[in-house]
Design a protein around this ligand. Structure first.
Ligand code: ZN
Length: 134
């Protein structure tokens, strides 16, 4: 009989430990997954900032304003491969420059991105050569 009682006590203790400790492990897992998600988001933000046009410092140079929106919509969405569509196209003063800020949204997943452009003087041709003044 005492073995039966000891077994019941052990089973009760095991149940109490399981109930008390499992949420701790769940919390650890949740925090670890949140930290991994934060690290992935930071890496995605870093890559986004370094892509051409990702920041005003990396503005894409174009010869005329008519090239901006087709260029902003070019390339597939990195998340789903869908197409980007222009939402807004705004002239912004950044430091001493007037730049174009173009906001686009992916038609597939809704991801939004901003691309910066510089129109004019420093624009180059597709060969990477400044256009001839003639
Ligand atoms: Zn997408």
């Amino acid at each position: 009989m005492s073995w039966l009682l000891a077994g019941a006590v052990l089973a009760a203790m095991a149940w109490i430990i399981a109930v008390a400790v499992t949420p701790v492990f769940r919390g650890d897992r949740r925090r670890r997954l949140a930290a991994e998600a934060d690290a992935l988001q930071a890496e995605a933000d870093r890559l986004e900032a370094n892509r051409p046009g990702g920041t005003p410092q990396h503005a894409i140079e174009v010869a005329s304003a008519s090239q901006i929106e087709p260029r902003a919509e070019r390339g597939p969405c990195p998340r789903c491969g869908g197409n980007f569509h222009v939402l807004t196209h705004t002239v912004r003063n950044v430091g001493t420059e007037r730049l174009r800020e173009v906001a686009c949204r992916c038609g597939g997943c809704g991801t939004e991105r901003i691309t910066w452009f510089r129109v004019g003087a420093r624009a180059v041709t597709a060969d990477g050569v400044p256009p001839s003044p003639c």
